[in-house]
Design a protein around this ligand. Structure first.
Ligand SMILES: [Zn+2]
Ligand SMILES: [Zn+2]
Length: 328
């Protein structure tokens, strides 16, 4: 359905080879339930880069021009007449999704991220204006149920990555019962891993970070890890055999996942949130002996994302960031 639209300023890429440039894009005029948000900060996620370069073309081909960005913190500039939770001037946040069908079993269970009709913040079909949705490297107009509240005392730039990296780590840790008395491992100390360390600590678990580089030891300890394990040191790894309740694997490069499965206790769980391009090799016996679980996880539902933001507000958790102007 064609609706009335206006021109919004954006940073968009015209092709997989061109970089991001200043441009204008059409945005719908806010409808009854819409919240119009001026962007203050937007995180740069690896999936933004993959999408701009069309590196995930096999399952999600990029349509150009693309406006990436799904770690959005901004200020409300206008609301539709049916909006109840936001008013002009409020802080607001938007993550990886901007719509779903609200009727399927997943939506009813608060798992909108697995709704077959979920609409991603960018590069998903746009039911309002046709074409695809445009993300947060631009001001944005979003249906109220997908707009979140950010605790205003958090640093806003550092809160933006919570909308993707934060919920991607918070959700599986909560789901698998990470808490007091649990031994938790984090593989990969990047955007996702460093959030997992902070959450693990805030949940009261014993947190170990696996790293291949000894120089990351200090970083891990500063973030709150209880110990750091050099994954290339076979002796050190052996000491931790059959001891972990939960391991979060945030590595997207090819790696030996079996080395970590062997560290799981009985009923332990290894959850993948990184996505290596090649299939992983998993020996069945590693799982059979110990009734171990290998699982995956993708962001979190809207209610859980709000819960995560509120938790971060209470525990003063934000991401470690570097701020750059959009022009760069
Ligand atoms: Zn992301
Ligand atoms: Zn649904």
């Amino acid at each position: 359905m064609q609706r009335s639209s206006y021109n919004a300023k954006a940073y968009s890429a015209a092709s997989e080879k061109s970089g991001l440039r200043s441009a204008t894009i059409p945005r719908r005029e806010p409808l009854e339930r819409d919240v119009q948000i001026e962007i203050l900060y937007c995180g740069i996620c690896h999936s933004d880069l993959h999408s701009v370069r069309n590196e995930w073309s096999e399952f999600m081909a990029t349509q150009y021009p693309i406006v990436p960005g799904h770690e959005i913190v901004g200020r409300v500039t206008k609301v539709g007449s049916g909006v109840t939770r936001f008013k002009e001037g409020d802080l607001a946040a938007v993550g990886c999704m901007v719509d779903s069908d609200h009727t399927c079993a997943q939506c009813k269970a608060g798992l909108e991220q697995f709704c077959p009709n979920m609409v991603l913040t960018f590069n998903s079909p746009d039911k309002h204006l046709g074409g695809v949705t445009y993300g947060g490297y631009s001001d944005i107009v979003v249906d109220e149920p997908f707009v979140l509240r950010v605790p205003s005392h958090l640093g806003l730039a550092a809160a933006a990555p919570l909308l993707c990296a934060g919920i991607t780590t918070y959700s599986p840790m909560r789901h698998h019962g990470v808490g007091k008395g649990k031994k938790v491992g984090v593989v990969g100390l990047g955007g996702l891993g460093h959030m997992a360390v902070k959450f693990g600590r805030a949940f009261g678990a014993h947190v170990a970070v696996f790293t291949t580089s000894p120089h990351k030891k200090e970083d891990a300890l500063r973030l709150g890890a209880d110990e750091v394990i050099l994954s290339r040191d076979a002796n050190e790894m052996k000491k931790h055999e059959r001891s972990f309740d939960f391991i979060l694997d945030a590595v997207s490069a090819d790696h030996d996942i079996n080395a970590y499965i062997n560290l799981l206790a009985v009923d332990g769980n290894l959850t993948l949130v990184g996505a290596p391009a090649e299939p992983l090799r998993v020996p069945a016996f590693s799982l059979i002996m110990g009734r171990r679980n290998l699982s995956g996880s993708a962001i979190g539902g809207i209610a859980e994302t709000q819960e995560m933001l509120d938790f971060c507000g209470k525990h003063h958790i934000t991401a470690d960031i570097e701020v750059i102007p959009i022009q760069k």
